[in-house]
Design a protein around this ligand. Structure first.
Ligand code: GMT
Length: 377
């Protein structure tokens, strides 16, 4: 495999797409490629120094005549500069809007013909795709990219349904860094959190946006607690948080739900958990499911989006219809009260990650696509 100079643009803040883009950049650098992040700030997961990873920060002009600062133009200009100054071989952008469109403009400004790979992550299609003010720009970004990937077959199909692009889309799934996400001995953490050694633990991790339906997670937990003693860890923060705090109060669950806020080092929290719940109404893939499974935690997810492509019922967890908290609670009670069954599901979760979503396999897929682009150039 030849070594390439790869430009990556993503949202650098907390969020699945930024995590995937950054972890991919790190793995590419470890394989000897030169990686150039072109972003509004240093990607938050870029927590280690690499000699062959460079950051190019987009500066936005806040000239007072502008009612809105022209971020997209500034990004396109930066992309153009980096293409020329660093002699990039290709660009990989995450999110059609605005990144694919900015990449196309930046390439044009640079007078270059380098290849552009665009990865669709979810809400750029499932939410923005139904906004008539953006739909044409999304289609343009997809059609003018050289290669387009989606993080699940479901997202690919939704893109064809909603945007109707005349473009082949390839599925490349999410992955986790197995060196970070693996089952760990976290008995001390469990003790520090005041959870009994034999007490069962359920966990939910998200950005507490409406689409995550965290209220269904709390509702499910409340039903489970009517049958057995357990705790719920809520990790993350976001717009729905105050509503969830109120729900927990109303259900008098305050002593059993631990609000942990935004956290790093999630592997330890997963390692003290027995079930992961993700009951979202939209989820192109569900990276957090994979993170939990890599730590040996079986999952209960809603039967929507990409989740059925990850969850294999009775093998690594269960699927429930959207909003069916009764069914989710029944599955959770069965899992938590039958140790042998839980152990089998834990094993199934670990095997799923290794067999279908291993980082080396996903990295190879992306490198294969880059190689295709280089051959065309
Ligand atoms: O889930 C979120 O709210 C964050 C969002 C993002 O844009 O970072 O995540 C999306 O991309 C992830 C990485 O590909 C996927 O695992 C998530 O399923 C997807 N979120 C949605 O589709 C809601």
């Amino acid at each position: 495999m030849r070594k390439m100079k790869i430009g990556i643009t993503c949202y650098p803040t907390v969020g699945g797409s930024g995590v995937i883009a950054t972890e991919l950049g790190k793995m590419l650098a470890e394989k000897g490629h030169e990686v150039h992040f072109i972003t509004s700030s240093t990607p938050f997961r870029l927590n280690k120094t690499y000699a062959n990873i460079f950051n190019h920060q987009v500066d936005i002009n806040t000239y007072s005549v502008f009612q809105y600062a022209p971020y997209d133009i500034a990004l396109a200009t930066k992309i153009s500069e980096v293409i020329k100054n660093e002699n990039l071989d290709l660009l990989h952008v995450h999110y059609a809007i605005p990144h694919a469109v900015c990449a196309i403009l930046g390439r044009d400004m640079a007078g270059s013909n380098i290849g552009i790979v665009t990865t669709l992550h979810g809400t750029d299609i499932t939410v923005l795709g139904s906004d008539s003010s953006l739909k044409e720009a999304i289609r343009y970004g997809i059609e003018k990219s050289d290669i387009v990937t989606a993080v699940s077959d479901s997202l690919k199909e939704q893109t064809y349904d909603l945007i109707k692009p005349n473009k082949k889309i390839e599925t490349v799934y999410n992955f986790v860094d197995e060196r970070e996400y693996f089952p760990q001995d976290a008995t001390k953490l469990k003790e520090q959190l005041g959870i009994g050694a034999n007490e069962k633990v359920m966990i939910h991790v998200s950005n507490f946006r409406k689409v995550k339906r965290v209220q269904d997670v709390v509702e499910t937990f409340s039903l489970v607690r009517q049958q057995l003693d357990c705790k719920l860890l809520l990790v993350g923060d976001g717009p729905e948080m105050s509503r969830i705090i109120q729900q927990v109060r109303d259900l008098e669950l305050g002593d059993h739900v631990l609000f942990l806020g935004k956290r790093e080092g999630l592997a330890e929290f997963y390692s003290i958990s027995d079930i992961k719940l993700l009951l979202s109404e939209k989820e192109a893939f569900g990276l957090v499911l994979l993170e939990a499974m890599a730590c040996g935690v079986p999952v209960i997810g809603s039967n929507i989006g990409g989740m059925p492509e990850i969850i294999d019922p009775e093998n690594n967890g269960y699927l429930v219809e959207l909003g069916d908290t009764q069914q989710a609670a029944q599955y959770a009670i069965r899992m938590l009260s039958d140790d042998e069954h839980l152990q089998n599901l834990r094993q199934g979760a670990l095997e799923t990650v290794t067999e279908h979503f291993h980082s080396s396999k996903i990295l190879e897929q992306y490198e294969g696509l880059y190689e295709q682009l280089m051959m065309k150039a």
